[in-house]
Design a protein around this ligand. Sequence first.
Ligand SMILES: Nc1ncnc2c1ncn2[C@@H]1O[C@H](COP(=O)(O)OP(=O)(O)OP(=O)(O)O)[C@@H](O)[C@H]1O
Ligand SMILES: [Mg+2]
Length: 237
Amino acid sequence: MSDVVLDLRGVNVFYGASHILFDMGFQARRGRTLALLGRNGAGKSTTMKAIMGVAPARSGEIHYAGSRIDGQAPHAIARRGIGLVPEDRQVFSRHSVDDNLRIAAKPGADGQTRWTMDNIYDAFPILAKMRGRAAGMMSGGEQQLLSMARCLMGNPDLILLDEPSEGLAPIIVQEIGRLIRSLRSTGVTIVLAEQNMHFCLGISDDAVVIDKGQIVYRGTIETLKADKDITGRYLAI
Ligand SMILES: Nc1ncnc2c1ncn2[C@@H]1O[C@H](COP(=O)(O)OP(=O)(O)OP(=O)(O)O)[C@@H](O)[C@H]1O
Ligand SMILES: [Mg+2]
């Protein structure tokens, strides 16, 4: 069986008349973490929205776990086992941490429940201390952790993380890095959108760099790190 979990082929996305993604093509492999890197406005979030069916591809194909998902509705794509942690986090601010997690609970695409409230709180000790707190009263970093925990409550096999470290204090960024590493060791596949390559080192295996909606690098993150031409030209260092 192929270890390719996610396969984008020649994907083009438009917002109205604006052409945003140009023939986007890359693959994510089972159990690995792929860093989707690029500057502000490069098209990282749009790529994730295209995968989720929120910004549908006008042409090209998106395959997940061996079948085509482009053209399907976002809820149907989510039900196949893809979880998105969006850049704006989207927690229910008036609900408690506990309720936010409970609302998000559902079995995975295989019918299994790997994540329960108990093991989520074990994995997220910071959240365990604030079960009763309204999400809207939490810091940005705590909300980011809650958003990740909510995603896991849906037992996804592929997790799309959109700039989880953006704008957060170093201590929370470290915690998020630790969580991503431990998630990777559970065998899930992760696509991690980031502007910051350094955050991805030691967390990611593979890397794709995009610029103005086009792929400018595909390879391992280690090879990317050594490529001063690409990192200098397309990433903010
Ligand atoms: N709803 C929209 N309507 C029109 N244009 C949009 C819309 N959302 C994004 N864009 C444009 O699409 C391009 C890609 O945006 P996108 O949000 O995918 O970038 P990004 O790589 O996620 O950037 P950031 O790091 O700032 O989150 C940008 O030029 C942006 O201005
Ligand atoms: Mg974005």
